[in-house]
Design a protein around this ligand. Structure first.
Ligand SMILES: *Cc1c(COP(=O)(O)O)cnc(C)c1O
Length: 368
C-alpha cells in the first residue's frame, strides 16, 4: 500500500450481521407495522449500498433524504419502497421520482404546485408531512385540510397520500410534547385514507401508542441508544461500527510533563503515554476531553490532552500495550454513546463523521 504500513490507518469495521440483528429488534418492536430502514447520510456513515443490500431481504422499505440517494438505491437493484424525505423541487424531479417509483415526502405548498404543472408520468405514491409540533418541516395544522383536498384523487397519485410526522422530543422520557404531537396528528388525520408514519427509533422503542403503519428507525439499526438519558432499552442492540486503529508508540513521560497542544493535561507521575494513529481528520471528535474512554489491546484506557488531526495521546498506566496493538475508539465493549456523551454530542454525529472519513471495511456480508 504505497509503502504505508498496513493497518496504520483508522478503520471503521462495519458488521452487517449486527445490523441485521438490530433490524430484527426493530421489527419485533414494530409489531404489525412495516419497517422502513433509515439510510440517509450514507446510512449514518456505514455505507448506503452495503447497508441497503444487507437489509433488503428483511425490511419493507428504506428512507433517504434526497432523490439522488433514492436513485442510487434503485441503480443498485433495490426494489423495496423508498421514502424521500426532501421530496421533489420541480416537475423534472417529480418525473424522476415517478420513473424510479420513489415516494417523495411533500412538506411545502410549492411541492403540491409542481404536481399541478404537468404530467409527472406513472402515478406515484407520496407522503404528506404534517408539522405536529417540531416546527422544522411539514404543513402547518391549518394547511393540512387544504393540502389533502388538493391531493384528493389527483391524477399524479396512485393512492391517497401517506400521512407522516416527526417527533421532536421522543428521546426524552415522559416528555408531554410527544403525546401532544401524537394527539394533534391523530386529530388532523382523522377519517383520512392513507398510511400513517410517525416513529423514529426513540418513538418506536418508547412510545408504542405512536407506531402507525410504517415505522422509520435509524440510529437503533446502527446500535446507537436513541434516548438522551441512555436508559436501558427493551431490546439488545449490537454496535455495527467498530472504529479502531493502531498504537504507534509508547513513551515514558515524567511527572509534571504536559501533553499536547495547549498543554491541557499534566502527568501526575512518571507514566507511559501512548500515541494512537487517529484524530479529528478521521472523524474522531476533537472535543473529546481527557478521560474519554478507549480500549487498548482489550484493556480500558483513556484519552489525555487534546485530540490532534491524526493522533491521540493515551494514558496507559496499568495497561500492557506495545506499538502495533489495536486501539478501539468505540464498538464492542465501548459504546459510541459513552464517547459521544463525553464529547458533548450524539452518536449520530460521531458515526456519520468517522464513517465518512475512515477507511470502511465491511464484515459478514452474508455473501458466499
Ligand atoms: C432521521 C430521521 C428518522 C430516523 O431517526 P432516528 O432517530 O435515527 O431513528 C426518522 N424520520 C425522519 C423524518 C428523519 O429525519
Amino acid at each position: 500500500m504505497n509503502g504505508e504500513r498496513a493497518g496504520r490507518h483508522a478503520e471503521a469495521l462495519i458488521d452487517l450481521e449486527a445490523l441485521r440483528h438490530n433490524l430484527a429488534q426493530a421489527r419485533r418492536a414494530a409489531g404489525e407495522a412495516r419497517v422502513f430502514a433509515v439510510v440517509k447520510a450514507d446510512a449514518y456513515g456505514h455505507g448506503l449500498l452495503d447497508v441497503a443490500r444487507a437489509l433488503h431481504e428483511h425490511s419493507d422499505g428504506f428512507v433517504v433524504a434526497t432523490l439522488g440517494e433514492g436513485e442510487a438505491l434503485r441503480r443498485a437493484g433495490v426494489t423495496r419502497r423508498i421514502m424521500v424525505l426532501q421530496g421533489h423541487d420541480s416537475l423534472g424531479e417529480a418525473r424522476r421520482a415517478a420513473r424510479l417509483q420513489l415516494e417523495p415526502v411533500l412538506h411545502t405548498p410549492p411541492q403540491l404546485d409542481v404536481l399541478d404543472q404537468g404530467h409527472a408520468g406513472l402515478p406515484m405514491r407520496v407522503w404528506l408531512e404534517i408539522d405536529s409540533g417540531m416546527h422544522r418541516m411539514g404543513f402547518d395544522p391549518a394547511e393540512v385540510a387544504p393540502a389533502l383536498s388538493r391531493l384528493d384523487g389527483h391524477r399524479a397519485l396512485r393512492e391517497p397520500p401517506g400521512l407522516m410526522t416527526h417527533m421532536a422530543r421522543a428521546d426524552e422520557r415522559d416528555c408531554p410534547l410527544t403525546q401532544a404531537q401524537l394527539e394533534r396528528f391523530t386529530q388532523l388525520t382523522k377519517g383520512q385514507a392513507g398510511e400513517r408514519s410517525l416513529a423514529n427509533s426513540a418513538t418506536l422503542l418508547g412510545w408504542p401508542a405512536a407506531l402507525g403503519d410504517v415505522v422509520r428507525p435509524g440510529i437503533m439499526l446502527y446500535g446507537g441508544n436513541p434516548f438522551v438519558d441512555g436508559r436501558e432499552l427493551p431490546c439488545t442492540l449490537k454496535p455495527v461500527m467498530q472504529l479502531r486503529t493502531r498504537l504507534l508508540a509508547v513513551r515514558w513521560q515524567k511527572k509534571g510533563d504536559r501533553i499536547g497542544y495547549g498543554e491541557t493535561w499534566t502527568c501526575p507521575e512518571d507514566m507511559p503515554v501512548g500515541l494512537a494513529a487517529i484524530g479529528y481528520g478521521d472523524g474522531y471528535p476533537r472535543h473529546a476531553p481527557s478521560g474519554t474512554p478507549v480500549r487498548v489491546a482489550g484493556q480500558d484506557a483513556s484519552l489525555v490532552g487534546r485530540v490532534s488531526m491524526d493522533l491521540l495521546t493515551l494514558d496507559l498506566r496499568g495497561v500492557a500495550a506495545r506499538p502495533g496493538d489495536e486501539v478501539l475508539l468505540w464498538g464492542e465493549g465501548l459504546s459510541v454513546d459513552s464517547v459521544a456523551s463525553m464529547a458533548g454530542t450524539i452518536s449520530y454525529e460521531l458515526l456519520c463523521a468517522a464513517g465518512a472519513r475512515s477507511r470502511r471495511v465491511v464484515l459478514n456480508t452474508g455473501a458466499v
